[in-house]
Design a protein around this ligand. Sequence first.
Ligand code: SDX
Length: 434
Amino acid sequence: MSKSSGEATASDTAQLTIDGKTFDLPIIEGTEGERGIDIRKLRSQTGVITLDAGFANTGACKSAITFIDGEKGILRYRGYPIEQLAQHSTFLEVSWLLLHGELPSKAELEEFTREVTLHTMLHEDYRRLFDFMPKSSHPMPVAAAAVAALSTFYPEPDTDDRIFRATVRLLAKMPTIAACAYKHSIGQPSMYPRNDLDYCSNFLQMMYAVPCEEYTPDPVVARALDQLLILHADHEQNCSTSTVRMVGSSHASLYATIASGISALWGPLHGGANQKVIEMLERIAVEEGSADEFLRKAKDKNETTRLMGFGHRVYKSYDPRAKILKQTCADVLSRVGGSSRLLEIAQRLEEIALSDDYFIERKLFPNVDFYSGVIYQAIGIPVNMFTVMFTMGRLPGWIAQWLEMRHDPDFRIGRPRQIYTGELMRDYVAADKR
Ligand code: SDX
């Protein structure tokens, strides 16, 4: 399904001298001029490995899906700037772009939309899965369990046709799964999807409609939601996507692989940050005037406090998604009339932080999570559902990256090495002699 636009080219060699012996290592260059030292033969040639905690300096793959320039705040999906896609495209169109490498024709998009629409319903036996989850469950482990359970209902996606069907199934059913998890947690009957509504309007009605009342989704809210999903659709080799590639590299089922991505995304340092941002803003709102105090703690090494929604492994300038969401915040709040109190606190925090040496020296700027929560809350999404919304958005990116990995001619199962720092060899001692 996917196709890569350009190839990395050998551009030069790096020289590494170890114990007086010099080794040439090829340097490869990507289509945007990024260069990497190809160390695939390093251990066999030199006997040594590299060490890079958190893989901050290590490329795991070559990819043609998403390009980020962290210094310039650039994000493009298949070459298209995120700003243009957020303004002119739709989530399903962007999903097709990520999966196939090109924007769909009108006919392709209509057919894809029809396929997704016709697969939004859940098997009645599958729907009962939610009945066994405690109502107090966080919806992220429910979503992870539900997606993994798709492997028990559908055939293994091990052929191109089955992979296409599984892709449509996942994109179609994720909103229904999310809404089911929410409805179950509040003791309301889950709503069936409606084929007369677009992707996001359908999600809103499954979330907020009740059988005893008419419900008409607000088109402005649906559009804001569609834009949020576009902004979250892919982000190259982040933690959850790297998890998907790692789990997928063992040829585990696509459903189990996506479930692993959901679990990784849940972490508060990653996709779970959007929930933590709102909790942080609400705490500051209650403890009047504590923005300065909060920032003092965020800078204090002895405190575990972090300014959630700030900082990024790649962006060392403003996250372009945060820039777009900051404007969307204002638009949505003016439309739905939600309280702008949290937005004002967020803007105040940003203003103070961006003029504070601690944040300036460390190049810490708002990331995608800093403003997204304010919008989710304004359109009525419960706080514990924020990361499920991130999951819905990131789903096409995970699948596209998984597909690219499976078609990669350099594909190998992921298996990093280590530097052992434990005990040297020692003999076992019986318990009565220890
Ligand atoms: C996402 O990778 C992706 O692409 C992720 C994502 C995606 O689309 O998939 O963009 C989505 O996960 C966005 C990030 C959401 N997480 C948060 O907002 C949580 C708060 N941010 C941080 O925890 C942190 O900035 C990370 C996790 C995002 C990045 O961590 P790094 O790259 O490992 O950086 P670091 O922890 O080494 O921080 C460098 C310095 C440290 O200080 P020093 O040790 O140098 O003195 O900056 C400090 C950190 O203490 N720092 C912060 C901070 N973030 C970093 N200090 C206070 N508040 C913060 N938010």
